[in-house]
Design a protein around this ligand. Structure first.
Ligand code: FAD
Length: 284
């Protein structure tokens, strides 16, 4: 599966958020992404909202890709969702385990993403292309890198077409992960997930929870800006553009942007990348 550029949204909770999302999406459409994806709350908490946005994106003529998580769900519920997605012409799905929301005790009938992938294949054959999550800095609950790698490989072999990574700021972690996956014979495209930096302090908290390392030199530089929003934005843009450039030059097959429902940083990064990665015409 070829994915050069894809962009992820989350389903907003308010009517105002929905209008804003549509505006941002239309701005991003100029980039002609391969698809827009929409996240899915674990336990089906955003089921209706995810479906409505996927439908709206598809109606606008874009390739709309729902995420689907299995934790806290039943086979019957997932079968229904697959049927609904198929009926509106969805061709790809991002299949995830998800994280059980606090207070929800039941893990559900499918415990890990590899079981969800197997279920999707058993129920729908090759109707959908299936994309899964990957963790270059390893999943925070993994017992060891080896165990996590083996779990990823098992999932990939269950009938997966591509993987998108958790966001990261260490390009070497990505290259190392890809190398380890390739050494097992798994050849699916592994698309780096890119998180533009809008609010460093929020990002730092979130990164601790999801196991993403923000290198010390980057952290220290952001911290030195205090609440100088302009400098934070400028440094964040520089860091992320350089990361994307390095990834693409090192052979990453494409980029998947976590948009946080905001277009401006992605548009700016893409513009800079286009300038920097233009082939140089030799002097006459
Ligand atoms: P898995 O692949 O099941 O792995 C989870 C953990 O279990 C890992 O530690 C793994 O090593 C271990 N493991 C895997 N298989 C087995 C097995 N068979 N036996 C024992 N251990 C096993 N979350 C949402 O709720 N909604 C979203 O829309 C969403 N979208 C995401 C998109 C991307 C690109 C990424 C990277 C993450 C997304 N997440 C989303 C977050 C994701 O749900 C969490 O990171 C979750 O903790 C793991 O999901 P997974 O599909 O990677 O799980």
């Amino acid at each position: 599966m070829n994915i050069e550029l894809s962009i992820e949204f989350f389903p907003p909770q308010t009517a105002e958020g929905l209008v804003k999302l549509k505006n941002e999406r239309l701005k991003l459409a100029v980039l002609k992404p391969d698809f827009f994806s929409v996240t899915y709350g674990a336990g089906g908490s955003t089921r209706g909202r995810t479906f409505a946005i996927v439908k709206e994106i598809a109606a606008e003529g874009f390739d709309a890709v729902p995420h689907l998580s299995c934790v806290g769900s039943t086979r019957v519920g997932i079968r229904e969702m697959l049927g609904e997605f198929k009926a509106i012409g969805v061709r790809r799905i991002v299949a995830l385990r998800g994280d059980l929301p606090s207070g929800m005790a039941e893990a559900g009938e499918l415990r890990y993403a590899n079981e969800l992938v197997e279920f999707i294949r058993a129920e729908t054959g090759n109707v959908f292309q299936v994309i899964v999550a990957a963790y270059p800095e390893w999943h925070p609950q993994a017992k060891s890198p080896e165990v996590d790698l083996n779990n990823f490989v098992r999932k990939a072999k269950a009938g997966v077409n591509a993987a998108i990574t958790q966001y990261f700021y260490n390009a070497d972690a990505y290259f190392h992960f890809v190398e380890r996956v390739r050494s097992t014979g798994v050849e699916i495209p592994i698309i780096p997930g890119i998180m533009p930096i809008a609010n460093f302090y929020k990002l730092a908290r979130f990164s601790d929870a999801c196991g993403t390392d923000i290198p010390r030199w980057i952290r220290r530089q952001f911290e030195s800006y205090g609440d100088d929003v302009e400098s934070i934005r400028a440094f964040g843009l520089e860091i992320v553009t350089r990361l994307c450039e390095r990834l693409l030059q090192g052979g990453a097959p494409g980029l998947h942007f976590y948009s946080m429902n905001q277009a401006s940083l992605i548009l700016e990064i893409q513009q800079r990348l286009n300038l920097r990665m233009k082939p140089v015409t030799p002097a006459q």
